[in-house]
Write a protein that binds this ligand. Sequence first.
Ligand code: ZN
Length: 254
Amino acid sequence: MPLYTTEALVLRTYKLGEADRIVVFLTKDRGKKRGVANGARRPRSRFAGALEPMTHVGVSYYEREQRDLVRLSYAEAQCSPLMAVQPDALTHVGYFAELIDEWAPEGDPNERLFRLGTATLEGIATGVPTAALARYFEYWLLRLQGVYPPHIGCHRCGTALDGGDPGAWLDQVAHVFTCRGCAGAAGEGPGGVRVSGAALDALGLFGRVPPQGLADWRLPPGVERELEAVHRTLLRVHLEKDLRSARVLRELGR
Ligand SMILES: [Zn+2]
């Protein structure tokens, strides 16, 4: 029974039997795993404080041949979302974890996704404003999957799409960014979702900086709403469903 020791990000847990938990976690080097944490629900368990979703842990686990479930030997928190500075960050933790879980196939190593998760956690722990962090996370998640449409130039004619008016349009069928002239069907007015020049500037910033680079930057509320709408569309198209945690966040925001 080989024993593996690595870093991981906890994505979710559920109850098993009387006192145990099943833990879904993304390892740094061996993809997503599902394992049993014996006694995790007992008081003074050796897993105490380490199994909250989005906790960055040092773990060690046994992998058994022909078994889907690994057995966790220990998990120790290195950084926890419970260190959150912004009061609204904790409401987003489940959303971040669910998106990573949806996008990480089991046993498929993806160190960049792991790095995005731990960088986002550091953002939570150091007080990066939550709305900016959430849009940043969505941007990079979609980019790492290779499905973020290029926002530098019009998909149809190549005209540069930079900050300032009139911005760009997200085509609602092809899900690409176009200039005003190429938006919508020929002969009709611009169709699709308009994205302002300020939102394009924000995307440019997201592409250049780590999450900590957003600590002192103010995401204008209008831009936040535009990017949230664009990202929601792209996530729905590429995940082919609406996330449970995203619905909860929308309800909380009302
Ligand atoms: Zn164009």
